[in-house]
Design a protein around this ligand. Structure first.
Ligand code: DOR
Length: 440
């Protein structure tokens, strides 16, 4: 039997599960937290002096696009997981629009074995719905759920007919996560705005109404079958107001930092780097989304990390691809909001870890307490540093937030009891584990 290795984090400001802070020590044995106390007398094989730093549960990012297999010129599971470790993201749930598409058990197994080889952090992969793969959707394992692109997608992953959607909602009981944009409306508006190459038109083509129509339909089907539904990257005030009026207890929703913090004014500053789906909206939408998050109408935060190369982004609209990276900046972006008084640090940790673990039924994640997995991030809430393009680890090599001065940058990231990021350096020998998901 291999001896157990222990790690002690000393004198950290520890976020406890009740939202309070304790200045003290955390003892980790192998992959698990074993003790949290004001002072732990035992010593550890390895000790970290965390004086002045705040210890939070590692971020679980529930919506990312990591491009492997098939699109590795944009990103791969190694580079993406390095970016995660640097950003304090200790687990991720990845989307099926890779090549081949993740629409079968074989494709899911292939991703899981690639991740076991390459990923510095923990991983889970959605199974993608097509109009034809119901048996795959029912049986795929392990997976956080079924991803349905109701719009804003082409090819096999587009599931935009109500009858096809209804068949998916009617069969089985596992979580359905929807990208809610109405493809018929997008198609019609694409024709109306054809010939315009100003990227700002993207937000008019895929407008608020397109998002609202699809969210209404997903809610209708979820209610009819009492089916567990998650609405990905809510982007409009209209959808948030709808959910405020009628959100069944089995429905959850998420928002991205960019839909909270950026709006259509970003097109003037960063052009097509601001292009994503669903698109950025108006300042009014930012405000309503924030309030919905604060009020619990929106449950948690995802980045929708969707890297594309600068060369791809330099084409003319509509040839520019939609999407922006996010895992390196999401935690400092949100913690900066907390330090500046918009929310609390405990709320950020809930939205970026505990609430995600709860919604996806990921056992033993999301809290700093004995028996939980030692996926942790020590952040520095005292100092500010700007987002710098040259420091980005994501393969795409840019961020929509370049120049933003942020606090709350990770100083140390721990995955499964192992230090994976410290003093600005990654330990690329660390490997995460496949996430598990309890049954609905
Ligand atoms: O902007 C986006 N980019 N939204 C999506 O839903 C897909 C993603 C991508 O894969 O590039």
């Amino acid at each position: 039997m291999t001896p157990k290795s222990s790690l002690l984090i000393r004198r950290a400001r520890i976020l406890l599960p009740n939202g309070e802070f304790l200045v003290g020590d955390v003892q980790i044995c192998d992959r698990q937290i074993v003790k949290v106390a004001a002072e732990i007398v035992e010593s550890g094989d390895r000790e970290i002096d965390a004086k002045g730093l705040t210890l939070l549960p590692g971020v679980i990012d529930p919506q990312v696009h990591f491009r492997e297999p098939g699109l590795e010129h944009k990103e791969d599971l190694f580079t993406a997981s390095c970016a995660c470790a640097k950003g304090g993201v200790t687990s991720f749930l990845e989307m099926p629009n890779t090549r081949p598409l993740t629409t079968t058990q074989a494709a899911l197994d292939d991703k899981l074995s690639r991740a076991a080889e390459k990923c510095l952090v923990n991983y889970g992969f959605f199974i993608g719905a097509t109009p034809e793969n119901l048996p795959d959707l029912l049986n795929a394992n392990p997976t956080p759920g079924i991803k349905v692109f109701m719009g804003s997608m082409h090819g096999q992953l587009l599931v935009d007919g109500e009858a096809t959607l209804e068949a998916i909602f009617a069969a089985g009981d596992r979580l359905i996560a929807v990208h809610a944009e109405d493809q018929a409306r997008i198609n019609q508006r694409r024709q109306e705005f054809a010939g315009i190459s100003d990227v700002a038109v993207h937000s008019q083509i895929q407008d608020n109404q397109a998002a609202l129509l699809a969210t209404q339909l997903a809610l209708k089907l979820s209610k009819k079958y009492q089916r567990r539904l998650h609405i990905l990257h809510l982007s409009t005030g209209d959808e948030a107001e709808l959910l405020r009026q009628e959100k069944p207890s089995w429905v959850t929703a998420e928002v991205t930092p960019q839909h909270l913090l950026l709006n259509t004014s970003a097109y003037q500053k960063i052009g097509s780097l601001a292009q994503m789906n669903p698109p950025l909206r108006e300042p009014r939408d930012n405000e309503i989304l924030w309030q919905a998050l604060l009020d619990g109408v929106i449950d948690f935060i995802a980045t929708d990390h969707a890297p594309h190369t600068l060369a791809e982004k330099a084409q003319d609209y509509p040839n520019t691809p939609s999407g922006m990276p996010g895992v390196e900046t999401s935690l400092p972006l949100m913690l900066t909001q907390a330090v500046e008084g918009r929310c609390t640090v405990a709320q950020v940790a809930n939205w970026m870890s505990a609430a995600v673990a709860k919604a996806y039924k990921i056992p033993k994640k999301g809290a700093i307490a004995p028996g939980f997995d030692a996926d942790l991030v020590l952040v520095d809430l005292e100092n500010y540093r700007p987002v710098v393009r040259e420091e980005m680890v994501t393969k795409c090599g840019w961020s929509p937030f370049e120049g933003w001065n942020l606090t709350g940058w990770p100083a140390v990231t721990v995955v499964g009891g192992k230090v994976v990021f410290e003093n600005g350096k990654l330990d690329t020998n660390v490997r995460g584990e496949a996430l598990t998901f309890d049954a609905e």
